[in-house]
Design a protein. Sequence first.
Length: 74
Amino acid sequence: GDQLHDFDRRGTLALEKAAAAWAERDRAEKDQDLNVTPSELRKIIAALGDNQSLIQEQRQLIIEQQRQLRGVNW
């Protein structure tokens, strides 16, 4: 019975420590406000759009290569 109680207590302490660490991390993140100007935000959005189109092009190339490979008889 004593060992079980000790195990239980250690588990509770570990959970409390983990919860405190998460709370501290969340607080630290909140302290770091992200300051982005509207013009910087527009640049970020534009860059994301460019990346999306590049990804789409790559997907199309891969699909085309797969089609060609399927057509080749080894």
